[in-house]
Design a protein around this ligand. Structure first.
Ligand code: DC
Length: 231
């Protein structure tokens, strides 16, 4: 394949396998994979740990004030074949995908100051190309000129079942209904927030993977990638 190092933006609904797909693409192309959802989750986790979220209510002013004491970094973990996320030097990768963080992350990610800090970091990380970045606003806000934009979606119950399996495999005690409710409410929150709502960029191509295996998705991707780099 060509050695032009492009930006690949992957946006879409929660729990539709964006990170798995993005990670596989990055490994195939030798690109850097950046999971921007992990960054919003890391800020949410920090806010929970430092008392800025009580009984599920996010104190926006406190979160905003906290931002200057939050330093996010990534370090490649060869065992996972992806980067782990750190906050102020502490490894938080294993702590940011709990249902507690999932339930508060939409509120935290709708705070303007949070978005501007994280978007600026993402633009820095991707400035030389050769990146696959997944999130909600990558093709619309972070890299509106990305050469290849993919908008992923899948049936909400299919997504809930996939996330439920992941959580229970890790030992989390959740019900399928709880996970389904979280998926549906995050879709709603992500698509209706005032700043950078989730929406398909006009030039993004849709991938509905409800009934597709990872191999089928990769074959689909190869075609799209070839079309872009050979253009
Ligand atoms: O991809 P994820 O489910 O781990 O993302 C967690 C939350 O972060 C998601 O509900 C919305 C928010 N998010 C965002 O607002 N913008 C991004 N670029 C990535 C995630």
């Amino acid at each position: 394949m060509d050695n032009k190092r492009i930006i690949i933006a992957i946006d879409g609904h929660s729990s539709c396998g964006k990170s798995t797909f993005a990670k596989a693409i990055a490994a195939r192309l030798g690109y850097i994979f950046i999971d921007t959802g992990a960054m919003y989750r890391a800020v949410t986790h920090y806010a929970l740990e430092h008392g800025a979220i009580n009984m599920g209510i996010v104190d926006e002013e406190r979160v905003e004030a906290m931002l200057q004491s939050i330093e996010i970094s990534f370090r490649f973990n060869p065992e996972r074949g992806a980067s782990d996320i750190y906050v102020n030097g502490d490894l938080v990768e294993g702590k940011i995908r709990t249902i507690e963080v999932s339930n508060c992350v939409s509120a935290v990610s709708s705070i303007a100051a949070v978005r501007s800090k994280l978007v600026a970091m993402q633009q820095q990380m991707g400035r030389y190309g050769g990146v696959v970045m997944d999130g909600r606003d990558i093709g619309t806000v972070v890299f509106p000129n990305a050469e290849l934009k993919i908008y992923m979606t899948a049936d909400p119950m299919v997504r809930a079942e996939r996330r439920f399996k992941e959580l229970t495999a890790k030992g989390d005690s959740v019900t399928l209904q709880e996970v389904y409710d979280n998926v549906v409410s995050r879709d709603k929150a992500d698509m209706s927030r005032a700043i950078s709502p989730l929406r398909k960029a006009d030039d993004a191509i849709v991938l509905d993977n409800s009934a597709m295996s990872v191999e089928e998705q990769m074959a689909w991707f190869d075609e799209q990638y070839r079309r872009v780099v050979e253009a």
